[in-house]
Design a protein around this ligand. Structure first.
Ligand code: CP3
Length: 347
C-alpha cells in the first residue's frame, strides 16, 4: 500500500474534510506564461512537450510560483495530453494555437494505441515529481494530475480543442460500445499514471474534466461520472490515503451527483457555480475548491477584493480550498496573484 508522504499539511487537511483557517490556496495553471521566469525557461527548449519531458526544467517551472507566492501546494508541470502522446498518438502544441492531434475516430485508429508502452513514456513526469518534492518545504505537497477520460477523449477524437466536442459526442451516440473502448483505455492508463505519481511523491491528485459541461445527464453519468469513479476506485485501492479532487467544469446542477457518486474527496468548482450552491449542496458532503473568475484576477482592483471577500465569507468556515474557477490567463499581472494570496492569507 502506498502512503501519502506528507499528511500533515494544510491542503491535505482541508481535502480530508477539515476546516482550515485561513483556507489553503493554490491556482490552476499557477506555473506558466504570466510569469517572466517561465517564459525564459520556455525559450530554452524547443517545444512545450520538450519542457514537459525534461524533468530538471519541468521541476524548475513547477517551483517558480512557490518562490514568488505563499501558495499551499505545487502542481506538477505537465499536461493532460501527455497521456494520448504516451499511448502513441501524434500530439503537438502549435505556437499561438494550442494542441493538435492526429484524430482517433474509430476502432482501427484505437488499435494503433499501445498502453503497454505508455507507462515507460511517462517516466519523466515521475522524475519531475521526485525533483519537485525534494525542492519543496515540508508540509507543502505537490499535486499530481490527469485529464478525465471524457475530456482527454474529446481532444483525441477532435484532433484538438473544439467548441462543442462534436466529434466525440457523435461517436459516443452512434457507437457507444466503440467509444467505451477508448474511455476504458484512458481509465486504465490514467489509473496507473496517477498511482505512479503518488509513488513518486504526489501528496494529492486532481482529475481535470474541463469539457464535462453541456452533456445530457445520461451521457454525463456514463462518460464523466463512471470513468472518474473507476479511476478513483483503482487509485484508492492501492493508495487509500491520497486525497483526490475532481474538477467537472461547467457541469452545473450535475455537480451534486458527481460529488456523491465518483468517490472524490473534493470538488473543484468553475466560475459559474453559485457560492450558495457550493456551500449548501456540495460542502455539506465534501470539501469544495474554487472558484474565482480568472479574468477578475487579471483585472484586479476593488472588484477582486470584494469578490474574494464574498467567496471567503460563504465558504471558509467549512472544508475549503481557495482556487480559480479555471486556469490563470497568460495576461495576468503577477502582482495581482501576490495580492490575492495576501487577501486569502489575511482572512
Ligand atoms: O496548473 C499547472 O500549473 C500545471 C500545468 C498544466 C498545464 N496544462 C500546462 C500548460 C495543467 C494542469 C494543464 C491541464 C490542461 N491542459 C487542461 C485541463 C485544465 C484546463 O485548462 O481546462 C487542458 C484542457 C489542457 C490542454 C491544453 N494544454 C490546451 C488546450 C493548451 C493550449 C492553450 C494554452 O493555454 O496554451 C495547452 C498548453 C499548455 N498547458 C500550456 C501550459 C503552461 C501553454 C503552453 C506554452 O507555455 O507554450
Amino acid at each position: 500500500m502506498l502512503r501519502t508522504p506528507s499528511a500533515a499539511n494544510r491542503l491535505v487537511s482541508a481535502l480530508k474534510g477539515n476546516s482550515v483557517a485561513p483556507p489553503p490556496i493554490w491556482l490552476m495553471r499557477q506555473a506558466g506564461r504570466y510569469l517572466p521566469e517561465y517564459r525564459e525557461v520556455r525559450r530554452e527548449v524547443g517545444s512545450f512537450l520538450d519542457l514537459c519531458f525534461t524533468p530538471r526544467l519541468a521541476a524548475e517551472v513547477t517551483l517558480q510560483p512557490l518562490r514568488r507566492f505563499d501558495l499551499d501546494a505545487a502542481i506538477v508541470f505537465s499536461d493532460i495530453l501527455i497521456v494520448p502522446y504516451a499511448l502513441g498518438q501524434k500530439v503537438e502544441f502549435v505556437e499561438g494555437e494550442g494542441p493538435r492531434l492526429e484524430p482517433v475516430r474509430n476502432g482501427k485508429d484505437l488499435a494503433q494505441l499501445d498502453r503497454t508502452k505508455a507507462e515507460k513514456r511517462l517516466d519523466p513526469v515521475y522524475e519531475t515529481l521526485q525533483l519537485v518534492v525534494a525542492g519543496l518545504p515540508a508540509g507543502v505537497p505537490v499535486i499530481g494530475f490527469c485529464g478525465a477520460p471524457w475530456t482527454v477523449a474529446t481532444y483525441m477524437v477532435e484532433g484538438g480543442g473544439s467548441k462543442d466536442q462534436t466529434e466525440a459526442r457523435l461517436w459516443a451516440y452512434r457507437d457507444p460500445d466503440g467509444f467505451q473502448r477508448l474511455i476504458d483505455l484512458l481509465v486504465e492508463t490514467s489509473s496507473g499514471y496517477l498511482l505512479h505519481q503518488v509513488e513518486a511523491g504526489a501528496g494529492a491528485l486532481q482529475i481535470f474534466d474541463s469539457w464535462a459541461g453541456g452533456l445530457p445527464e445520461n451521457e454525463f453519468a456514463r462518460w464523466c461520472i463512471a470513468p472518474t469513479r473507476a479511476i478513483v476506485a483503482a487509485v484508492k485501492k492501492q493508495a487509500p490515503d491520497i486525497p483526490i479532487i475532481g474538477f467537472p467544469r461547467s457541469c452545473g446542477a450535475l455537480a451534486e451527483i458527481y460529488a456523491r457518486e465518483t468517490g472524490i474527496d473534493a470538488i473543484g468548482c468553475d466560475t459559474g457555480m453559485p457560492l450558495a450552491y457550493m456551500r449548501d449542496r456540495l460542502q455539506s458532503r465534501i470539501a469544495v475548491q474554487g472558484n474565482l473568475d480568472p479574468l477578475l484576477l487579471m483585472a484586479g482592483g476593488k472588484a477582486l477584493e470584494a469578490r474574494v471577500g464574498e467567496i471567503l465569507g460563504a465558504l471558509s468556515s467549512r472544508p475549503f480550498v481557495f482556487n480559480l474557477g479555471h486556469g490563470i490567463v497568460p495576461e495576468t499581472p503577477p502582482e495581482h496573484v501576490a495580492r490575492l494570496v495576501e487577501l486569502v492569507k489575511g482572512a
